[in-house]
Design a protein around this ligand. Structure first.
Ligand SMILES: C[S@@+](CC[C@H](N)C(=O)[O-])C[C@H]1O[C@@H](n2cnc3c(N)ncnc32)[C@H](O)[C@@H]1O
Length: 207
């Protein structure tokens, strides 16, 4: 199988990185870092940007840049909008910055080094990104993502989407219990579960 994004320079391997999960063999891994999102999930993120036409996109958890580069490629495709990508590992930020420059995506991506919760709790961050945020992708360590969602929700544009990765209760690294933990936030929110092996949950503030 060929990728839709040959310019990103990766190839595909059969099976999600957690191929033991239901439908794990129907999905493909990218030769990015071990454990990055599946190719199909990356295509889905690309499509979300193309379909939603966001101006402000926030990502937490960059690692080797698989999700970052697909989001950036989609912003570049529409020729406007910016991704603010937060990562606490300086080696990751350094390496992905190099990839961003190689691909010419500097105007589309700003990599931010630090703890996601520090950025997402700071009003100055939202002033700097000119919020409201149109689209967010949360992909740091699994237990943190619900807190990140809680922090970013007040800054989302009504109708905007927050995407949480790895929400399948069967995930080998543990059940995030998104719905359970967010029970008190449910009013005014919609949840949609995208049934990839590790699962993605889309959270939307009602329009
Ligand atoms: C699952 S990986 C991200 C995968 C990436 N989105 C991809 O598609 O390849 C998780 C990343 O989150 C980073 N991380 C974990 N906790 C964090 C935090 N509190 N703040 C910022 N980054 C964090 C880790 O250093 C790691 O690089």
């Amino acid at each position: 199988m060929k990728t839709l994004f040959p310019f990103l320079g990766y190839s595909l391997q059969t099976g999600d990185c957690h191929r033991e999960l239901p439908r794990g063999l129907e999905y493909n891994s990218m030769t990015f870092g071990k454990g990055s999102l599946s190719y199909e999930e990356a295509v889905f993120l690309f499509g979300l940007v193309v379909g939603m036409k966001p101006r402000v996109v926030v990502e937490t958890g960059v690692e080797t840049g698989a999700s970052t580069l697909h989001l950036a490629a989609a912003l570049e495709h529409q020729n406007y909008g910016k991704l603010y990508a937060i990562e606490k590992d300086p080696r990751s930020v350094h390496e992905v910055q190099r990839l961003v420059e190689t691909l010419g995506y500097q105007t589309r991506v700003q990599l931010l080094l630090g703890e996601s919760e520090d950025f997402l709790a700071d009003p100055a961050f939202y002033q700097a990104v000119a919020s409201p945020v149109d689209l967010a992708f949360l992909d740091t360590s699994i237990p943190r993502r619900v807190t990140e969602l809680d922090l970013i929700l007040p800054h989302m544009r009504p109708g905007g989407l927050v995407v949480l990765h790895d929400t399948n209760p069967l995930h080998p690294m543990g059940d995030m219990q998104v719905e359970h933990e967010l029970e008190d936030l449910r009013t005014g929110l919609r949840f949609i579960h995208m049934n990839s092996p590790r699962r993605m949950t889309l959270v939307q503030k009602e329009l």
